[in-house]
Design a protein around this ligand. Structure first.
Ligand SMILES: *Cc1c(COP(=O)(O)O)cnc(C)c1O
Length: 377
């Protein structure tokens, strides 16, 4: 059996090697390393794929979130509603910009923002909401957009884990995640569903004026060369990374199908087990399984992790400490929050290997090992 990894990028690369290698070589031959042809091609292809009018590639997903918030011209002390149950980048940039992160609960079934908790957290200083499409499933966007409309708030989607997913509105309209809020942000970190071979990210919007600001901020606030209208930063996507992404974007739906097939296997294996909750698949979302995350009930999670490790099967806790309990947010009253669902989930989640290259033998080895441990304790 091939060794089992959380993410197997090497095996994926072997299947697209000649195409990727020649795309990279072409960038080198043309020596247009920054904002070259491959970057424009990627922006256009992503616009077509997501239905977002404007796509602004940038250096990474964290920058994408930061630039989004800079473009909205938020003022120090303005409140931004975010989940605590997320990767740190979502909330870190809020604090970096001297805004105030307001941590709210997630729905324990979907791991995404709970609309009722958002509503309860709104104050006169609230300016924005950042729904995170965690683990690859869309947050309940109709409810979130309705709340935003009623309170005149901006919505920035953190789509780093869910590119290719979509949300089905109650009226039947379907929109790709990242193209629903005022701004969408994604990451091309290598292990993401659409990953490059280094750092990368992109920002999405349908709004022409916002797109203009986002583009300028990502490039030193420049309106034309050496004329700087806004305080910005240097956050561009390398042409080599864009060249890799152009090859992989064509296969994204195929990659998503492979992840969903692996998730189907796990669902079948664990669905009936009384101590395991398999990922809930919300009827409104197409789950793209960036992670396959179980909620364990009455199971020694560390014991399971070690048992699996003994069989050379990795497993991970995403994430072991929620944002409101991070030392980083001590000065933001993090410790004063009582987020029972977030804490409850944090103690019980475990993610199994999930990537595009898992074969039946590997999947059986993983699910058999998990069940063996559970049935023995
Ligand atoms: C990966 C990730 C980011 C940050 O992306 P980088 O490219 O690593 O900066 C932000 N939010 C979430 C939810 C992520 O998973």
């Amino acid at each position: 059996m091939r060794p089992i990894q959380m993410v197997d990028l090497k095996q994926q690369y072997t299947k697209i090697k000649s195409e990727v290698d020649s795309a990279i070589q072409e960038v080198i031959d043309n020596a247009a390393f920054i904002n070259g042809k491959a970057v424009t091609e990627l922006a256009n292809a992503l616009s077509l794929y997501t239905g977002s009018k404007h796509v602004i590639p940038c250096a990474n997903g964290t920058d994408a979130l930061q630039i989004a918030m800079m473009a909205l011209d938020l003022q120090p002390g303005d409140e931004v509603i975010t989940p605590s149950f997320t990767f740190i980048a979502t909330t870190e940039v809020v604090a970096l910009l001297k805004l105030r992160p307001v941590f709210v609960e997630v729905d324990p079934r979907t791991f995404c923002l709970d609309p009722a908790a958002i509503e309860a957290a709104i104050t006169p200083r609230t300016r924005a909401i950042i729904p995170v499409h965690l683990y690859g499933q869309s947050a309940p966007m109709q409810e979130i957009m309705d709340i935003a409309r009623r309170h005149n708030l901006s919505v920035i989607e953190d789509n780093a884990q869910a590119i290719g997913s979509h949300y089905r509105f109650p009226d039947g309209t379907v929109k790709k995640t990242g193209s629903i809020g005022h701004i969408g942000c994604t990451s091309f970190f290598p292990s993401k569903n659409l990953g490059c071979y280094g750092d990368g990210g992109a920002i999405f919007t349908d709004d022409d004026a916002l797109a203009n600001r986002l583009k300028m901020i990502a490039n030193h606030g420049q309106s034309r060369r050496y004329y700087h209208d806004l305080v910005g930063c240097n956050s561009r996507l390398d042409s080599i990374q864009a060249a890799v992404l152009n090859v992989k974007l064509k296969r994204l739906d195929e990659y998503i199908a492979a992840r969903r097939a692996a998730a189907d296997h796990y669902d079948q294996a664990f669905g009936a087990h009384p101590k395991i909750k398999t990922p809930h698949r919300a009827s409104y979302s197409h789950h793209v399984f960036h992670q396959y995350t179980l909620v364990l009930e009455g199971v020694d999670r560390n014991g399971l992790n070690e048992f699996l490790a003994g069989r050379n099967i990795p497993s991970m806790i995403y994430y072991p400490v929620p944002a409101h309990r991070q030392q980083m947010f001590a000065g933001f009253g993090g410790a004063d929050y009582h987020l029972e669902t977030t804490d409850w989930l944090t103690e019980r989640v475990i993610s199994l290997p999930m990537h595009t290259e898992l074969d039946d033998e590997q999947l059986h080895a993983i699910s058999d090992a998990v069940l063996e441990y559970l049935n023995r304790t």
